[in-house]
Design a protein. Structure first.
Lengths: 156, 489
């Protein structure tokens, strides 16, 4: 396991413990009485188990670090480029999707969808701009028709 | 006799033109989606659940089932032609399937994959028909203690046996799902839990947007993180795909063995179609050493098992309200969205639904056989679509799909958040199926824990000492130990 990966694993396990602690704290503040009157009973149990399991996982990960040598990630240019490209693609996907959702309701659905697909395709350089326009128009009109007209969804 | 009559009535209903047409459409969609790497059966069921939300359940549920069966089969298409399974359940198929394609026998492999899926599906449905009624009769005797332990068993066994690096990670995701299901107004006291004053959270996390996020949006992120592009090495125009229904029966021993494995694996919560396929494949390899070198029997073993697992996963889904696989969990979410609550009470509330469900599964298997053959060359061409073009379209479907259920933009944000969570969990080896089970079974666990404590005057021993609860805890312990043993081996 590489150092970077191990740190990631530790952070996720720590986040689980934190979530468990937060869940526990809020659950204990809920009203108490008979089990029927205690909405916090089950959340308390689940949060406690999450704290326990997350802590055990942290211990396992720390023990792994001690027992197995951690390999330093190869710093070859090729590997760096692949990782950069991968992160770029995820950020583009996430960023554009969030921007699209923010746009919904502020501009017509079909326009927002056209812009989203068009910018997405060009950002990834997956096709030329003429095909990107064609695909974006088809998708936006298609979805508007299917959801708005056929399924009678009140589009955002 | 009454059961056979009810089953025939269920089947006749499906032959009505609108039912048949919609089911056929869903079957075709299921094959097209299942064939594409990056689009899973679970994702497509979640999206279609949202799309069919406004439809009559009589039309919507057969569509979901047709999509499920076809989607699981269709993963074999890209497994054979691209060496990339279209769905995780076709991973074992790609070993022999792709080797056969390289030897110029792609059409043969695809034909046998389809007929094997058909036979596996049919046998799975037959076992479903026989096993469900007695299990329902048993489950009707359950009290709140049994239902609570059943919910915990579903989450923990799923966590133990899901494909993941460490068992404990499966349990963590299961309990995370349970915690997320606690968000919203408590059904017993009407107290708002974990809402932090947000009105949108009062009704809790909406199931379908959550599933679209977990299986749809997280898959989009996962596919986009892969910078490679697969190349089709077979010319779609030259592909000749057959229908070797009877020839497949020459491998009857493999079919029976893989079906049994598939049904059992499917019935255990969280194990599902992908593990069923590997188990069926491994068992066949023990009897035929040529499997793994481009043998048709390898393709048959994997495909029979993964489609038989659909019937297997439906047994606890219908009888206990505990889905047997991740995709079955999403299907259950879709069924619940249409106002039907699977579980033992269904035999009292909607007894005909059990027979309708069996008839739908039978019809779905016939459709995958027929449409898989008629449209095989078209489905192969679908593989030529680049994923960088496909994923933005899938993302827009995820957005509108999660919005459409409640006409709520908040649900879209929930889907994106769970999508990001699902992606992070996935890359660090946390399986998603237990999270789904936790989300679905959370209310059942919560209500029955509190009811059980009330009835037993706050004593916890009935949760451990009643006969059925003892058996369920034993099952949890056995599965945990078995998984630990396999991990060490």
């Amino acid at each position: 396991m590489s150092n970077k990966r191990w740190i990631g694993e530790i952070l996720v396990a720590a986040a689980v413990v934190m979530l468990g602690i937060l869940g526990f704290v809020f659950a204990t503040r809920m009203p108490r009485g008979t089990p029927h009157e205690s909405p916090g009973l089950t959340p308390t149990v689940i949060s406690s188990l999450l704290i326990l399991l997350g802590s055990i996982l942290l211990v396992i990960l720390v023990q792994k670090r001690i027992k197995i040598p951690i390999t330093t990630e190869s710093k070859t240019d090729q590997k760096k480029n692949v990782n950069l490209e991968k992160n770029k693609r995820i950020l583009i996907t996430l960023g554009l999707t969030i921007a699209y959702v923010i746009m919904l309701g502020k501009i017509p659905y079909s326009v927002a969808t056209f812009l989203y697909v068009f910018v997405f395709l060009l950002a990834l350089k997956s096709t030329n701009w003429i095909k990107a326009v064609g695909i974006s128009v088809l998708v936006s009109l298609g979805l508007t028709y299917v959801f708005g007209e056929l399924l009678r969804v009140v589009l955002p | 006799m009454q059961s056979i009559y009810n089953l025939i009535m269920g089947f006749i209903k499906l032959l009505e033109p609108t039912h048949f047409g919609l089911m056929a459409l869903a079957s075709v969609l299921g094959i097209a989606i299942g064939a594409l790497p990056g689009l899973t059966a679970a994702m497509s069921i979640a999206l279609l659940s949202s799309i069919t939300y406004g439809m009559d359940p009589e039309y919507a549920i057969p569509m979901l089932i047709a999509l499920y069966a076809s989607g699981i089969y269709a993963g074999s298409i890209s497994a054979v032609l691209l060496n990339i399974p279209g769905t995780p359940s076709a991973a074992a198929t790609s070993i022999d399937g792709y080797l056969l394609a390289q030897k110029g026998r792609a059409g043969e492999a695809l034909g046998y994959a389809r007929t094997a899926s058909f036979w596996g599906g049919i046998i799975g449905v037959m076992v479903l028909a026989m096993a469900t009624p007695p299990l329902i009769r048993l489950a009707l005797k359950f009290g709140p203690w049994e239902y609570f332990v059943l919910a915990i068993m579903g989450v923990m066994v799923s966590g133990s046996l899901s494909m993941g690096q460490l068992q404990i990670k499966g349990w963590i995701t299961g309990f995370l799902g349970l915690l997320v299901s606690m968000i919203g107004v408590d059904t017993l006291t009407l107290y708002p839990r974990y809402t932090f004053g947000n009105l949108f959270l009062m009704n809790g996390i909406s199931l379908i947007p959550a599933l679209i996020g977990l299986f749809g949006f997280s898959e989009v992120l996962y596919v986009m993180s892969d910078t490679s592009e697969a190349k089709l090495t077979v010319d779609p125009k030259s592909l000749k795909v057959g229908m070797p229904i009877l020839q497949t029966l020459r491998y009857w021993k493999t079919i029976i063995r893989s079906s049994i494995i598939g049904v059992i694996a499917g019935a255990i919560p969280g194990v599902g179609e992908d593990i069923a396929a590997w188990l069926g494949y491994a068992a066949a390899k023990n009897t035929n050493k040529e499997i793994g070198k481009g043998e048709i029997e390898g393709v048959i073993a994997a495909e029979v098992a993964n489609n038989a697992a659909i019937g297997g996963a439906s047994i606890p889904l219908l009888s206990l309200g505990v889905p047997g696989s991740g995709a079955a969990a999403v299907l259950m979410g879709g069924i619940m969205l249409h106002g039907i609550r699977p579980g033992p009470l269904i035999s009292i509330e909607k007894p005909q639904f059990i027979y309708d469900y069996i008839a739908m599964q039978l019809m779905a298997n016939v459709m995958l056989l027929v449409f898989g053959l008629i449209l095989s060359n078209l489905f192969v061409k679908v593989l030529l679509i680049k994923k960088d073009v496909l994923m933005p379209i899938v993302a827009t479907l995820c957005v509108i799909g999660s919005y459409a259920v409640n006409n709520s933009i908040f649900d879209v944000y929930v889907a994106i958040a769970l999508g990001v969570l699902g992606y992070i969990l996935r890359i660090y080896g946390y399986p998603l199926a237990p999270f789904t089970l936790g989300l679905i079974l959370g209310t059942m666990a919560d209500e029955n824990l509190r009811r059980g404590l009330m009835l037993s005057n706050n004593a916890i021993y009935p949760f451990f000492t009643r006969p059925v609860t003892l058996v369920l805890w034993l099952l949890i312990v056995v599965m945990t130990l078995w998984r630990s043993h396999r991990a060490k081996a």
